[in-house]
Design a protein around this ligand. Structure first.
Ligand SMILES: [Ca+2]
Length: 314
């Protein structure tokens, strides 16, 4: 009986090792997370953090390419600003690394970051760690809109395609998390000039992406095996980020023009289904919302000589 129990324990232990240890070793070892940030119209130097968890692998370099959706509201900080405000390495986990950023489109809607350690000295590598700041970038919100933005949310997407500037490099020089996909590259030719049974001139048959080649249409075929590198998403996880445009805060129209009619409109908006009032028109308290506290402020301002609406804290 005791032998049976021991066998059972050994069996269960072995099963645990077989089932769970590989998944611990090969589960997502690298997680890159792009921040979710927000800002108001005209705001500059909005920090955007990219954090990393590299539970197993040590890094000596990386290249990341980020693109902005909603570029009419926000872009990557650029122009005549100190390097610190293109990217901040002051609290960066490897400040000794060389960092280079550029916008491939040249317009701030994307940013390509390349960073490499200068030496194989272990003190200058990124060892395994959990959720640390890899690099801090900065965004700037546009000052004015040519057209009202359709959406207040802009996606910030990191490319996950190795051929589109995604790489994490080990000290050995090897890329992390790549698998290789072997595919058949087939080119089909039809003959356009026959002389007897000899073809004097071939023409390539255009290929429709996603539609397999029909060999019966080809007078000649050229077939090669090719490989593409793809990122193994079971090994590397990317959490994409976002920017949210916040409403502007505070009453910004001329206070001497504010009168009883504006007060009536405010009462209508708050208590009935009156026309919507913007923060520009009615946010007395500068808290980015129009509510009863703003009504109290305006009543006090008009009827009892109270303070004028202001976002100043002085
Ligand atoms: Ca308010």
């Amino acid at each position: 009986m005791s032998f049976n129990n021991r066998s059972k324990n050994i069996f269960i232990t072995a099963l645990f090792v077989i089932l769970f240890v590989p998944s611990l070793i090969f589960s997502q070892n690298i997680t890159l997370t792009v921040g979710d940030v927000s800002g108001q119209t005209g705001e500059k130097l909005v920090p955007l953090d990219i954090t990393i968890s590299n539970l197993v692998d040590t890094l000596i370099g990386f290249q990341l390419w980020l693109q902005l959706g909603g570029f009419e509201i926000v872009k990557f900080q650029e122009g005549d600003v100190p390097l610190k405000y293109l990217y901040d390495t002051s609290s960066y986990i490897m400040p000794e690394w060389g960092v280079h950023t550029t916008s491939l489109g040249g317009n701030g809607r994307d940013i390509l970051i390349t960073s490499v350690g200068y030496t194989l000295d272990y003190n200058f590598l990124i060892p395994p760690q959990n959720d640390e700041l890899l690099i801090r970038l900065y965004l700037e919100v546009v000052d004015t809109f040519v057209f009202p933005p359709e959406d207040s949310l802009a996606r910030i997407d990191m490319s996950t395609e190795p051929s589109w500037h995604f790489s994490l490099i080990k000290p050995s020089g090897e890329s992390i998390g790549l698998t290789y996909n072997i595919y058949t590259d087939t080119t089909c030719y039809e003959c356009i000039t026959w002389v007897g049974e000899t073809c004097l001139e071939y023409q390539r048959v255009p290929r429709v992406i996603g539609v397999p080649i029909d060999p019966s249409l080809c007078d000649s075929m050229y077939i090669v095996l090719d490989t593409t590198a793809i990122l193994d998403m079971n090994y590397v996880q990317i959490n994409q980020g976002s920017f949210t445009l916040l409403p502007t805060c505070g009453y910004s129209l001329a206070t001497e023009d504010y009168d009883i009619y504006d007060l009536v409109a405010l009462v209508d908006f708050i208590f009935t289904d009156g026309a919507t009032l913007t923060n520009d028109e009615a946010d007395f308290t500068c808290d980015c919302a129009v509510d009863i506290s703003d009504l109290v402020g305006f009543v006090d301002f008009i009827f009892t000589g109270g303070v004028a609406p202001s976002c100043s804290t002085e």
